[in-house]
Design a protein around this ligand. Structure first.
Ligand code: KIV
Length: 263
């Protein structure tokens, strides 16, 4: 069973994938993935939005609960959606707490900035483990002007590195580094004691994370750093077409499996 502590001692690279529903989470867990992230990427991946901004606490709470009902081994991390944290400290704490107490998550993830250092400290003090997220933080898409690589100049890289160090000191148990230059991700990884988990951040992080729909081939669009390891969309298309044909030709239904045909 993966815990926030066991991640730190892991010799092999940490594996992390998103999941947003019970059957997918069960498959990911059985496959031995260390960490399941109920990411706000659900907005793009399965809810039909073109960003993560419309995703609500209710969405993340319901989908985290679905995931935790089936997972037995992986660490389940629930993503805190846009404006569910950082506006008011008490609300941020209540929202994070609800993801643990009501939805059964093991930890929360925050898209970080200078405003989340103190919150990370408070949550950690209260027993709510925090995974920090720096680099490209998609909830800031409007400020960033797109999903572009971050930390590409010295000043921006220094700012991210400082924030990484501050979040580690505040108690974060791991750091997601998204879409930053590989050499910079290697520097952050060398600097921190907590594990770094990269997405579009090269091979030198302590682990890797991807969005499940990109990995299984169910995304309409995927970022350039994602890799497809299967073609579930093709399988689904074929199953649905075979079902339609079977109904239209009368080949289905023919009775229940394992029982004699209807008289
Ligand atoms: O929401 C998400 O899935 C994420 C990962 C891409 C790290 O934040």
């Amino acid at each position: 069973m993966t815990t926030t502590r066991s991640l730190r001692d892991r010799e092999e690279p940490i594996t992390m994938l998103t999941a947003y529903d019970a059957p997918t989470a069960a498959i990911v867990d059985e496959a031995g993935i260390d960490v399941i992230l109920v990411g706000d990427s659900m907005g793009n991946a399965v809810m039909g939005y073109d960003s993560t901004l419309p995703v609500t606490m209710a969405n993340v709470r319901a989908r985290t609960a679905a995931v935790t009902r089936t997972v037995t081994d992986a660490l389940v991390v629930a993503d805190m959606p846009f404006l569910s944290f950082g506006v008011d400290e008490a609300d941020s704490i209540r929202n994070a707490g609800a993801l643990l107490a009501e939805a059964g998550a093991d930890a929360v993830k925050l898209e970080c900035g200078p405003h989340t250092v103190e919150l990370t400290r408070r949550l950690t003090e209260l027993g709510i483990p925090v995974m920090a997220h720096l680099g490209l933080t998609p909830q800031r898409v409007n400020e960033l002007g797109g999903y572009t690589k971050q930390g590409t100049d010295e000043e921006a890289a220094a700012e991210i590195l400082d924030l990484a160090v501050e979040h580690e000191a505040a108690g974060a148990f791991a750091l997601v580094l998204e879409h930053v230059p590989s050499a910079f991700a290697a520097t952050v990884t060398d600097t921190l004691e907590i594990p770094t988990i990269g997405i579009g951040a090269g091979p030198d992080c302590d682990g890797q994370v991807l969005v499940i729909t990109d990995v299984i081939g169910l995304s309409e669009w995927s970022p350039p750093f994602a890799e497809q390891f299967g073609d579930v969309a093709a399988e689904m298309r074929s199953a649905v077409e075979r079902y339609r044909e079977a109904v239209e030709t009368g080949a289905f239904p023919v009775g229940e499996r394992g029982s004699a045909a209807d008289e």
